[in-house]
Write a protein that binds this ligand. Structure first.
Ligand code: PBG
Length: 309
């Protein structure tokens, strides 16, 4: 009766990794329990998500290395993995499931950065140009939400303009507004195969400094002003203070991303018998909601929804 915070499957967004093939379920060593799946299996996952009442699925492509280039141009191909997966899921689920498509070039670049490199650094404006094309490409494939994770400046406004200009006013934008240059993304980079490409380089020239809090307010203000419908904080648990600050400052929905490294920490601790997985995961979900998150991206989404049933 007096519980202040609630948790429901509709609060969840389930990120999945999609690769070429059929009937593929390839385990990811650094994320036990999470697989890279082929499109047909992703369609099955989508059906499970609908049955469990999960709101959205977020698709991340594992691009074959031979399709990666310096400028990441495969992001613009209507037949790339993320577009084919989006079309297949949209066809099978109709409007019953939201589809979140990531906007950033790292799955497609030989150097593993989220943008194109000019004079040895990621070039903001040249990248934004390509990101608009990527967003349109994914909107045409049928996604519900465009989620720019690239952290270039000014991209939300430009993407909004591009989407509206081509009749996609109904496609929402969930901006990674406060995305920190974090060590907790390690397993994700293994999962999509960008770790090798990045080769230890950092993303500190465009992702945020973990030392900064006020900066998250400025980043969020820009994105909201430019048209973001939902703002994200990432990683999640180490940045609950940021979720709370943004929640108190801005009357917009906030998404929390419990990233791959957070997933691995809980999963591996549970596997070694150090943690009760169910109790720890559900507590982490409540913590996000208590901090002010409307929705949570988590690799535990399916499991959490099953527990909540
Ligand atoms: C890249 C992207 C990353 C994640 C989502 N989109 C990694 C990065 O910035 O290097 C991380 C998600 C996770 O760790 O679970 N645009």
């Amino acid at each position: 009766m007096i519980q202040e915070t609630t948790l429901h499957p509709s609060h969840l967004i389930w990120p999945i990794f999609v690769k070429e093939g059929t009937g593929v379920r390839e385990p990811i060593a650094t994320m036990p329990g999470v697989d890279r799946v082929s499109i047909d299996v992703a369609v099955e996952c989508a059906a499970q998500a609908v049955a469990l009442g999960i709101s959205c699925i977020a698709i991340f492509p594992v691009t074959p290395p031979e399709l990666k280039t310096d400028d990441g141009r495969h992001a613009l191909s209507p037949d790339n993995l993320i577009c084919r997966a989006t079309r297949a899921i949209r066809e099978s689920c109709g409007d019953a499931l939201g589809i979140v498509c990531d906007v950033a070039l790292d799955p497609y670049t030989t150097h593993g950065h989220d943008g194109v490199i000019i004079d040895q650094d990621v070039a903001n404006d040249a990248t934004v140009e390509i990101l608009c094309g990527q967003a349109l490409n994914q909107a045409r494939a049928g996604c519900t939400v465009i989620a720019p994770s690239d952290m270039m400046d000014g991209r939300i406004g430009r993407i909004r303009q591009a989407l509206d200009g081509e009749g996609f006013a109904h496609v929402a934008i969930m901006s990674y507004a406060a995305k920190y240059a974090s060590a907790f993304y390690g397993p994700f980079r293994d999962a999509v195969g960008s770790a090798k490409n990045l080769g230890g380089a950092s993303k500190k020239t465009y992702q945020m400094d973990p030392a900064n809090s006020n900066e998250s307010l400025r980043e969020a203000a820009f994105d909201i002003d430019e048209g973001a419908d939902i703002i994200m904080v990432k990683p999640g648990m180490p940045y609950l203070d940021i979720i709370r600050r943004l929640h108190d400052h801005f009357p917009v929905p906030i998404a929390a991303y419990q990233v791959s490294g957070e997933y691995a920490m809980i999963k591996l601790a549970a596997q070694s018998g150090s943690l009760d997985e169910r109790a720890a995961v559900l507590e982490s979900m409540l913590a996000f909601r208590r901090a002010g998150a409307s929705c949570i991206l988590t690799y535990f989404a399916k499991q959490v929804a099953e527990w909540l049933q």
